[in-house]
Design a protein around this ligand. Structure first.
Ligand code: FA5
Ligand code: MG
Length: 380
């Protein structure tokens, strides 16, 4: 509970000081809210849903392929931009490199935005089958399935000619990949409605996403594909083919345990934490409270520099986990001036307690004044 989370956070503070993360470099965009999550390591807590799902995935791979997949779950989340982007062939102009999407420590160093940041180094380390789990960081929107810190598990399996045995290697790897991940879904969920979507990633070709039907909607739970040959050829001797995937552990845990909101993973409330036990996949989250959300609208004339991720960062910085959703509900462009006005609806709700009107009004006032002063927009 409270002690588990804060002790873990305190441990991280001793290993990565605030100065190492919030460097004061002009291109640094890491906030204290983000810094406070580094080192919490939910995936290393065996009784936390994220730790439980990690172990369940390990068990599946160990059962399918005993002594094959090597596990990594304590690689530092601060990585070079080179490893996070260049080594997995992310183009120089790809949106994910922008400081609107990624947390930069300095121009050459980032908080990893995916566990794919470790693909190349692990291949060079001679690992031909591995699972690499860690916390990843992204500037992103605010809703029930998105959070700026979440956990991924990267899986990679390298094949040789003996494996594909005369078959077309890419087709062989694709078939193996889909079979493996469908088996994983079956292992975790039993019967579940799912579908493959064609996707694009710079580091795989072909690429796919797997979606699972959850609470009336399709929820994307993972990305995957056949690894680009260039990555293999750069980091291994010739003659290999590989598949790779990146799982969203929160999304899988939401489906498995019926957890309705991604913020719950960060709560210290025992009414949440006590519902889960190491090794038990049968728990289904029972809501212990349903406090009503409170909606507040804010409308403003946007500037060229305005982005939705910047707005969400401001809201999270002020309201923290009380911010449930930020949603664009109206936009129009003035016919004469050409200026655009956006109206966002912010939902405030605590998972643990009821909020007072005064408390919410104070948060909303601070949000309004901060977006006016920091985002260069004109409030209406
Ligand atoms: C990637 O991050 C790729 N590196 C995955 C991959 C690896 C593809 C290897 C191919 C080969 P993507 O950005 O789609 O892909 O994220 C992967 C998963 O992370 C998503 O499917 C989703 O489950 C989860 N995810 C993404 N953004 C968030 C977020 N803000 N909050 C919670 N989960 C998220
Ligand atoms: Mg995706």
């Amino acid at each position: 509970g409270l002690t588990t989370v804060s002790q873990a956070a305190a441990a991280a503070v001793t290993t990565l000081s605030r100065d190492e993360v919030i460097t004061g470099h002009p291109s640094n965009n890491v906030t204290d809210a983000i810094y406070s999550k580094i080192g919490v390591n939910l995936h290393l807590q065996p009784t936390h849903p994220i730790g439980i799902i990690k172990q369940a995935i390990y068990d599946y791979f160990d059962k399918q392929h005993p002594d094959t997949f090597k596990k990594f779950d304590n690689l530092a989340p601060i990585v070079s931009a080179h490893a996070n982007f260049d080594e997995v062939l992310v183009p120089a102009d790809h949106v994910s490199r922008s400081p609107n999407d990624t947390y930069y420590v300095d121009p050459d160093t980032v908080l990893r935005c995916h566990t794919s940041a470790h693909q190349a180094e692990l291949l060079r380390g001679g690992h031909s089958a591995f699972l690499c789990t860690g916390d990843v960081y992204r500037r992103d929107s605010i809703d029930a399935t998105h959070y700026p810190v979440f956990h991924q598990m990267e899986g990679v399996r390298v094949f040789s000619a003996a494996d594909w045995a005369g078959q077309e290697p890419t087709a062989y790897a694709e078939t193996e990949l889909k079979r493996t991940l469908e088996g994983l879904a079956q292992h975790l969920f039993g019967k579940v409605e799912m579908r493959w979507i064609d996707a694009y990633f710079p580091f795989t070709e072909p690429s796919f996403e797997l979606e699972i039907f959850f609470k009336g909607e399709w929820l994307e739970v993972l990305g995957c594909g056949v690894m680009q040959q260039q990555i293999l050829d750069k980091n291994l001797e010739a003659g290999h083919k590989a598949w790779a995937f990146g799982l969203g552990l929160e999304r899988l845990a939401m489906v498995l345990f019926d957890i309705p909101d991604i913020r719950l993973f960060w709560t210290a409330d025992q009414r949440f934490l006590k519902q889960f036990r190491a090794g038990d996949l049968s728990a289904r989250f029972k809501s212990y409270s349903k406090f009503p959300p409170c909606y507040k609208d804010v409308a403003f004339w946007v500037s060229d520099a305005f982005t939705e991720n910047n707005l969400c960062e401001v809201v999270r910085g002020i309201a923290g986990d009380l911010a449930e959703e930020v949603k664009l509900i109206d936009t129009f462009t003035h016919p004469k001036t050409g200026r655009t006005s956006n109206c966002y609806r912010i939902a405030y709700r605590s998972m643990d307690r009821s909020l007072t009107d005064d408390e919410i009004n104070a948060l909303q006032e601070e949000v309004r004044s901060t977006i006016a002063s920091k985002l260069g927009v004109e409030l209406r």
